[in-house]
Design a protein around this ligand. Structure first.
Ligand SMILES: Nc1nc2c(ncn2[C@@H]2O[C@H](COP(=O)(O)OP(=O)(O)O)[C@@H](O)[C@H]2O)c(=O)[nH]1
Ligand SMILES: [Mg+2]
Length: 437
C-alpha cells in the first residue's frame, strides 16, 4: 500500500536531508518535488495546491535552530501538514448503543466483505454484533454474507425468498432488538453505477432502519473519482463516515488524502486485504509515519498484541533474556505470525525491514519447517549449535527434507535470534514489539 508515494518521498527526503540551510530557493525546489509526488499519487490537485502552499508558508516562516538540520525541519513541517489534512475528530464508531450501521457503496467496492470485517472488529471490541443482509437483488450476496458470518461466528439475518425489503428490514430490526445486539450492521445492495434506483432503495432502507451511522465504502483504487462518488451519495443520504477498502492494492493512495478536505467526511477505517482480519482503524499519524518511513510501530504492536497472549509473551521475553530462545520457541513464533496474516504485510510496519515479497511464510513452507523442527531431539531444539553434519542428515531423513533446506532454515533462525537479541537489549527504548507488553 502506498508504495509509490513512499518510494518517492523517501528519495525526496534523501535530497532534503543534505540541505545546509532553508533558503527560498531550495524550499521552492522541494515544494515542486512534493507537488509532483502528490500528484503522481493521485491526490486531488486542489488538495495538493493547499498542502504545498501551507508547507511553503510554514517553512519560510520558521527559524532554523542550530541543533536541527534544515532538511529534517522541512520534512517535519511537511509531515505535520499532511497529518492535518488527514486527521479528524471522529475516530471509529459512535458510542451510542444499540448502534445501527448502514453500509453503502457501489458494486464491488467491498461492502459485504467490509460488513464482516467491521463485525469482527466490533466483536473483538466486546460488542454483541449481528449482520443483516439487506441486499435483496442478488441471492449470491446473501450467501456470501452468511458464509462470512459463520466464519467469524456472528448471527446473520437474511430475508426469505420474495420478501419485500421494507417488511424484511422491519422484522430484522425487531429481531435484533430482541436478541439484544449492541451493534447491527446492514449490508446493502450496490449498483455498477450510482443510479436512481440504488439511491431510492438506500433511502428506503435508511427510513426503516434509521441508522445512526451510514458508512460509505469506497474502493481505494477509485482515486480522485472517489470524491465525486462521496458527493453524490451525500446528496441523497446522510453519510457519516468513509471506509476505504482495498487499501492494500492501491500503490498511490491519493484518495485517502483527498476526501477529507473536499467532502468534509472522515475516513474511519481501512480495508487492507481480502481476509476478514485485514481491517484497521484509520489513524492519520500512523499513515503518515508509515509513508515517511518512520515505521508504524504502534499499529504493529497493537496488531500483535491483539492476538498473542501476554503470558506467553512474558515467557518468551524471559527466555530471550536468559538466551534460551530455541527452535521450539521459534516454531511457536512462526505459527503465531502465520495467524497474524501475511508476514511481509505485518513487517512492512517496521522500519528497516525489507519490503513486500521478500519475507514470506506460506503454509507449505511452514509445514516443512515444522517437520524439520519436530525431527530434532529436544536437546537440538534447545541448542541448535550442536547440529552437525551427521545430525543434519538424520533430521533431513526424518522430516523428508534436504540438508540444504535445513541449513537455510538454521541460517534464518540464527539471523532472527540475532535480531531479537539486538532489539531486546537495545537501550534506545525500542523493544522488539513481539516481546513487549
Ligand atoms: N485486496 C482486497 N480485496 C478486497 C478488500 N475488500 C474487499 N475485497 C475484495 O473485493 C471484492 C468485492 O467485494 P464485495 O465485498 O463482494 O463487494 P460488494 O459488491 O461491495 O459487496 C471481493 O473479491 C473481495 O474479496 C480489501 O480490503 N482488500
Ligand atoms: Mg455485496
Amino acid at each position: 500500500m502506498l508504495e509509490l508515494l513512499q518510494q518517492k518521498l523517501q528519495s525526496l527526503f534523501k535530497n532534503l536531508r543534505g540541505y545546509g540551510k532553508l533558503s527560498e530557493e531550495n524550499i521552492s525546489g522541494a515544494i515542486r518535488e512534493i507537488r509532483l509526488t502528490l500528484l503522481a499519487a493521485d491526490v486531488h490537485y486542489q488538495v495538493v495546491r493547499d498542502i504545498c502552499e501551507e508547507v511553503k508558508q510554514k517553512a519560510l516562516g520558521t527559524k532554523v535552530l542550530e541543533s536541527i538540520r534544515p532538511g529534517d525541519l522541512f520534512i517535519k513541517i511537511f509531515h505535520d501538514a499532511l497529518i492535518e489534512y488527514l486527521a479528524s475528530e471522529k475516530q471509529g464508531l459512535l458510542s451510542e448503543r444499540p448502534l445501527r450501521i448502514l453500509l453503502c457503496g457501489l458494486n464491488g467496492s467491498g461492502k459485504t466483505t467490509t460488513a464482516a470485517k467491521l463485525a469482527l472488529w466490533c466483536k473483538k471490541n466486546k460488542e454483541r454484533v449481528g449482520l443483516v443482509a439487506a441486499d435483496l437483488t442478488r441471492p449470491a450476496a446473501r450467501e456470501q454474507l452468511t458464509k462470512l458470518a459463520s466464519q467469524i461466528d456472528v448471527p446473520v439475518y437474511v430475508p426469505e425468498k420474495e420478501e419485500k425489503i421494507e417488511a424484511f428490514l422491519s422484522k430484522a430490526l425487531e429481531q435484533t432488538k430482541q436478541d439484544r445486539l449492541s451493534v447491527v450492521i446492514y449490508d446493502t445492495a450496490g449498483r455498477l453505477d450510482l443510479d436512481e434506483e440504488l439511491l431510492k432503495e438506500l433511502q428506503l432502507a435508511y427510513s426503516v432502519v434509521l441508522p445512526q451511522e451510514v458508512l460509505l465504502v469506497i474502493d481505494s483504487a477509485t482515486g480522485q473519482k472517489g470524491v465525486d462518488i462521496v458527493k453524490a451519495f451525500l446528496e441523497k443520504i446522510p453519510v457519516s463516515g468513509l471506509i476505504l477498502s482495498k487499501f492494500d492494492g492501491d500503490a498511490r493512495g491519493g484518495a485517502a488524502f483527498s476526501v477529507k478536505k473536499l467532502t468534509g467526511l472522515s475516513v474511519l477505517f481501512l480495508g487492507t486485504g481480502e481476509k476478514v482480519e485485514a481491517f484497521e482503524l484509520f489513524r492519520a499519524e500512523r499513515l503518515v509515519d508509515r509513508l515517511f518511513g518512520f515505521g508504524d510501530i504502534v499499529s504493529f504492536v497493537e496488531k500483535v498484541e491483539a492476538q498473542i497472549k501476554e503470558q506467553s509473551l512474558a515467557e518468551i521475553e524471559k527466555k530471550i533474556r536468559s538466551k534460551q530462545f530455541g527452535l521450539d520457541d521459534f516454531l511457536v513464533q512462526m505459527r503465531m505470525l502465520k495467524k497474524l496474516g501475511p508476514l511481509d504485510q505485518l513487517l512492512s510496519y517496521l522500519p528497516g525491514f525489507p519490503g513486500k515479497g521478500q519475507i514470506e511464510i506460506d503454509d507449505k513452507k511452514l509445514k516443512r519447517i515444522e517437520a524439520i523442527v519436530l525431527s530434532m531431539t529436544p536437546e537440538e531444539r534447545k541448542n541448535p549449535d550442536i547440529i552437525n553434519g551427521k545430525r543434519k542428515l538424520r533430521i533431513a531423513k526424518g522430516s523428508g527434507t534436504t540438508v540444504p533446506e535445513i541449513n537455510e532454515f538454521l541460517r534464518r533462525f540464527e539471523s532472527v535470534r540475532k535480531l531479537i537479541k539486538k532489539f531486546s537489549s537495545s537501550k534506545e527504548g525500542f523493544n522488539f514489539p513481539f516481546f513487549k507488553n
